[in-house]
Design a protein around this ligand. Structure first.
Ligand SMILES: Cc1cc2nc3c(=O)[nH]c(=O)nc-3n(C[C@H](O)[C@H](O)[C@H](O)COP(=O)(O)OP(=O)(O)OC[C@H]3O[C@@H](n4cnc5c(N)ncnc54)[C@H](O)[C@@H]3O)c2cc1C
Length: 549
């Protein structure tokens, strides 16, 4: 009898038992958790936009751009052929295509151009989809979105720059902004001697006769250096101060913004991260002298939200890839998705992804409400820090486990999993590394105790529904009322984030998800690796919910 496995019957190269390519699918309509959160958190009005964007980001073409942009990383061009400094970065056309898609769909501008209920929520959901497809290009998109609240501390600069950065048009040309159809902004704080401790910055800012400043110094990390302007921290007479440094001076000359080299990075390869030196670069002050950190912190707060979104997106994409593979690949006579132990792994990955998504969307709602509502402001302050710490810490392990669901295929670049895996650690490094975020939580608890009340209020909404949740939050409340030292800051951050995630899942997910999340994350009903949920878990319910193919 000749079978499919008989090589004489099939020839040497008949491909069997490999999944179909995962292309031309809708990233939004297949994500029930995201769609539910969009509606719940106040952005039901954006469902149509998300559906369009989910379809576009899932096309074979957009997925190909993601691969091409990473296989062809940016190249630094310091000089032109005649020896003139140009300090430009050259990108593959696929990068430009990705940037165009995100900018034209308002990912850098929506909450500022359409400031209505749910605007940050809608934009967060759009970012999740964009970053699922390709994470690197979301860096300049994120910074351009995040710069606005900081810029508004100097209203005349906000009036000057906002019209450019809010245009739904991507213009990659290195030209003065007045000649362009759209603009991007970045930030440069980190120096060689330190990134967390920005107060140790040495870049010097000297005021000039017309009230502008000349900046001299270096920055050790400056991502997306082809942006049109940057918020930069430098030491003025009055202390550390925030400045806008454009790439071109008002008289149409290139600013003294000299790119030294591009970093060779673990991941995030489509994006350029540079070292830059300022040689009396032309700059304008944002906020008061000496208030640099206080000024730029509003930008950092928004990019921290994007770190949560970024990690949630990597986990979501990894989960979808793992589920797709398991639903098509057989081993030992059964589809992987029907193998009990694989079900356990996949369900555990789905829990982690859902918990990240619901928390990120709730946080985005707090960004919508933070101007008008002190409670939401407090929630955004403390909740973002806790989520940034915990969700980005969970990313690498979750992506690693998803990668293993594909076996050897997951270790191969074409599967996208290696790219997700290399990207995953980044969100816990930039915009405040893990420890620094945990120390920031302690600071917020002391300086803004009302933020603790806001977070506790949200957590308590699920009280009385699950005994493990109640016991866990009792310990947390004690930690939050009695002073906790630095040594315990990580544990506190973890508990805060887990309690928030559990509270949201209890109220908004299906019983199967909430129950097993509380059991495995808040008590000892699970092991330390993924795939250790108890046998009583309703695996089918969790997997059916996770991804609708
Ligand atoms: C790909 C990439 C792109 C980046 N892009 C930009 C950019 O565009 N603009 C920009 O300004 N920066 C950028 N950065 C820099 C980034 O923000 C910094 O690397 C980060 O803030 C950490 O600073 P550092 O590297 O100087 O580490 P350090 O400050 O030296 O910290 C090293 C470690 O020590 C820990 N640590 C620090 N202080 C304490 C403490 N008191 N107690 C306990 N532990 C502590 C930190 O958590 C960290 O784990 C980028 C970084 C990367 C990797």
């Amino acid at each position: 009898m000749k079978t499919d496995l008989d090589v004489r019957a099939t020839g040497t190269h008949k491909v069997v038992n490999q999944p179909p390519p995962l292309v031309d699918y809708n990233l939004f309509s297949t994500d029930r958790v995201l769609a539910g959160a969009l509606e719940r958190e106040g952005a039901a009005w954006a469902a149509g936009r998300l559906d369009d964007f989910g379809r576009l980001t899932g096309t074979e073409e957009a997925i190909r751009w993601g691969f091409q942009a990473n296989e062809n990383p940016p190249v630094l061009r310091t000089h032109d052929r005649f020896g003139n400094r140009i300090d430009e970065v050259e990108f593959h056309p696929a990068w430009h295509a990705l940037m165009r898609l995100s900018i034209e769909h308002g990912l850098a501008s929506l909450p500022w151009t359409e400031p209505k209920q749910g605007a940050h929520v809608a934009r967060a959901a759009l970012m999740l989809l964009a970053s699922e497809n390709e994470a690197g290009h979301t860096c300049p998109v994120s910074m351009t979105y995040a710069v606005v609240p900081a810029l508004r501390k100097q209203p005349e600069l906000a009036r000057e720059w906002e019209p450019h950065i809010h245009k739904l048009s991507y213009d990659p040309r290195a030209r003065p902004v007045a000649e362009k159809s759209g603009a991007l902004m970045g930030m440069a704080m980190t120096e060689k001697q330190g990134g967390s401790d920005v107060r140790a910055n040495t870049t010097l800012a000297e005021v000039t006769s017309d009230g502008s400043y000349a900046l001299t110094g270096h920055k050790w990390f400056c991502s997306a250096p082809m942006c049109d302007a940057f918020l930069v921290l430098a030491q003025a007479l009055g202390g550390l101060t925030c400045f806008v440094v454009p790439r071109w001076t008002p008289d149409g000359e290139r600013n003294a913004f000299h790119l030294q080299r591009l970093k060779s990075k673990l991941g995030n390869r489509s994006n350029a991260s540079s070292e830059v030196e300022f040689d009396e670069a032309w700059a304008r002050r944002v906020g008061e002298e000496g208030r640099g950190v206080a000024t730029i912190i509003d930008m950092v707060q928004h990019t921290r939200l994007d770190c949560v979104i970024g990690s949630a997106s990597l986990m979501r994409q990894a989960l979808v890839q793992a589920l797709h593979h398991a639903r098509h690949r057989k081993a030992f006579g059964r589809l992987l998705v029907d193998q009990p132990l694989m079900q356990n792994v996949l369900a555990d990955l789905a829990l982690e992804s859902e918990a990240a998504t619901v928390l990120m969307m709730r946080l985005a709602r707090a960004f919508d409400g933070r101007e008008a509502d002190a409670g939401e402001r407090g929630f955004a302050r403390l909740g973002t820090a806790a989520a940034k710490y915990w969700v980005s810490k969970r990313g690498p392990a979750q992506v690693n486990e998803a990668l293993e669901c594909l076996g050897g295929n997951g270790f191969v670049e074409e599967s996208i999993l290696p790219r997700l895996y290399r990207e995953a650690p980044l969100n816990s490094i930039w915009e405040g590394s893990g420890n620094v975020i945990c120390l920031d939580i302690l600071r917020a608890m002391t300086k803004e105790p009302e933020a603790v009340d806001s977070v506790l209020e949200e957590i308590r909404l699920a009280r009385g529904s699950d005994r493990r949740f109640d016991a866990f939050t009792k310990i947390l409340e004690k930690d939050l009322t009695e002073p906790v030292g630095e040594l315990e800051a990580r544990l506190l951050a973890e508990r805060l984030a887990l309690a928030l995630q559990a509270s949201l899942l209890i109220r908004h997910s299906i019983q199967a998800v909430a129950d097993v999340f509380c059991g495995s994350r808040l008590s000892d009903e699970g092991g330390r690796a993924y795939g250790t949920l108890p046998p009583s878990t309703d695996f089918r319910a969790i997997l059916n919910r996770a991804y609708e193919a």
